[in-house]
Write a protein that binds this ligand. Sequence first.
Ligand code: FPP
Length: 266
Amino acid sequence: MFSNKKKKDSQERSEKSAVDLQRIPEHIAIIMDGNGRWAQQRHLPRVAGHKQGMEVVETITKAASKIGIKVLTLYAFSTENWKRPLDEVNFLMDLPVKFFDRFVPELIKHNVRVNVMGDEEQLPKKTQEAVNNAIEQTKDCDGMILNFALNYGSRTEIIAAVKNIATDVKNDKVTTEQIDEDLFAKYLLTGQLTPYNDPDLLIRTSGEQRISNFLLWQIAYSELVFTDTFWPDYLPENLYHDIVVFQQRDRRFGGIKTQKGENESK
Ligand code: FPP
C-alpha cells in the first residue's frame, strides 16, 4: 500500500512527465490567493494561511527554477491590501523579512535572482532593507528571476509610465512619434525583465476568476489558468499540471495557425 509521501511523489512525477520541456512558458505570473480561506477551514487565524503561503513560495520557486522558467512573478501585496486589518498588514510586511532571512542562501544555490516591483517607499524600513539585501545578494545569479510584486498596482504603474514618458517628451528625450508599444513597455516596471516582460501564463489560485489590478498591460496575450486549489495547498504537481494546461492551449496572438502549426499574423 502507498504511503501518503509515496503517493504524492508519484503524482508529482506523473504530472512532471506530462510537461513538454521544449515548450516551457518563459514567464509565469501567479496571483497567490486563498490563504485566508485555507486558514479558516482549519480554524486558524488568517495569518497562518499567509505563513503557509510563504512556505509554498519556497517550494514553487525551486520547482519553477528547476523546470526552466525564466521569470516567476508573484503577487505578494497589492496597493489595495493596505485596507486589511493592521495586524494582517504587519504580518504580511514581515514575511519578506522572514523569507529572505532564511531563503537567500537557497536562492543563490539555485542561481535565482530576486527582483521586486511596486512602490517601495511606502513599505516599512525593515521590509525595504530585507528586499534590497536580497536583491543585492542575488544580483550575480543569472538563472530564474523571482519577481515579487510588492505594494504593486497595475493602474498606478501605467499612470507612472505615462507621466515619465510625458516628462521625457517635455525634455526632448523622446518624441511623440516614437511612442509605441515597445517604448511604452520599457517604461513599465516589467521593463527590467526584458526580454521576458509579459507573462506567457497567468495562474490564479483559489477559484476566483479576477485579475485584481495585476499586470493589466502585460497580460494582453497571456494564457489564463484559474485553479480551485488554495495557495497554501499549491504543490509542484499543481504547477506542472497548469503548465500542461498552458501547453494544450492554441496561442495565436491574433493570427492564424499555418499548416506547419506556426503562427502567422492576419
Ligand atoms: C491573498 O490571499 C494573499 C495575499 C494578499 C498575500 C500573499 C502572500 C503570500 C502567499 C506570502 C508571500 C511571501 C513572501 C515571501 C513575500 P487572501 O488572504 O486574500 O485569501 P482569501 O481570499 O482566502 O481571504
